[in-house]
Design a protein around this ligand. Structure first.
Ligand code: PAF
Length: 250
């Protein structure tokens, strides 16, 4: 029995959490490392994506991987391969800002699953829209979600954090501040307002979107929505950052 942890490398504590969750399932743990060009709509973002293969092998092995797999582009995408579609959810929020991104994600996941044939696969809630779309692929592989791992001050772990300067990192903290403040709001309307006003207090944060959505289909949540989540995306020093948090229903 095998469990797969798909990653793009530049492993950090968030990935370690995913690998440890996989290890706890008492199966063979494969960690795949592949920076998937199909999911980058921006060439510069792809080029700048951090790469640290040797360190990754060490981190993955210490966290409990039995195998660290570096697939080749040709193995995953042989001549004539077809790009899959991510469906309607693939066009909202992250998908609206990054056209084709989720098509690239579902295509690579489909190929990774086809080759590694895992029984289970682990994904982080940090990329909540990605997680929802992968669950909707309805493959035979059981998808296990792991909550976001945060730094001591709330910043969500991300490979992209490595591209921030010290002051950029300080600016990025506004994302967690906004999520945590919105969570305490007495109503969904106030939560929405707090989310946006908190983000606007930080001029270095260039907001893309901030919304409270229904986890099911990412439609805007209202007070009747059972499972709501606040989602945020924006840029700090030209680096795209995303985060999310479940909201309590009131
Ligand atoms: O979340 C990621 O690192 C990537 O989107 C994934 C799931 C490994 C697919 O390339």
């Amino acid at each position: 029995m095998t469990v797969l942890v798909p990653t793009m490398g530049a492993l950090h504590k968030g990935h370690q959490g995913l690998i440890k969750r996989a290890r706890a399932l008492d199966k063979d743990v494969i960690v795949s490392i592949f920076v998937n060009p199909l999911q980058f709509e921006n060439k510069e973002d792809l080029e700048k994506y951090p790469r640290s293969p040797e360190r990754d092998i060490e981190i993955a092995t210490i966290a409990g991987a039995n195998e660290v797999w570096f697939p080749e582009y040709e193995d995953l995408f042989p001549e004539g391969f077809k790009t899959l579609g991510a469906g309607a959810l693939g066009n909202l929020y992250e998908g609206a800002s990054r056209p084709g991104h989720f098509d690239g994600v579902v295509t690579v996941i489909d190929r990774l699953f086809a080759i590694a044939k895992p029984d289970q696969a682990i994904f982080g809630e940090k990329d909540f829209q990605q997680l929802t779309i992968i669950k909707a692929m309805n493959s035979k592989v059981e998808i296990i979600a792991v909550p976001t791992v945060r730094e001591f001050d709330g910043l969500a772990m991300s490979s992209r954090n490595a591209r921030l300067s010290e002051s950029g990192r300080d600016i990025a903290l506004v994302i967690h501040r906004a999520l945590a403040a919105a969570k305490l709001a007495p109503t969904i309307e106030i939560a929405h307002e707090i989310l946006n006003t908190t983000l606007s207090t930080e001029p270095g944060f260039d907001k893309d979107y901030a919304a409270i959505i229904d986890e099911k289909d990412f439609s805007l949540a209202d007070k009747k929505t059972e499972n709501r989540r606040a989602i945020i995306a924006g840029w700090v020093e030209g680096v795209r950052l995303i985060d999310n948090m479940p909201m309590v229903g009131r």
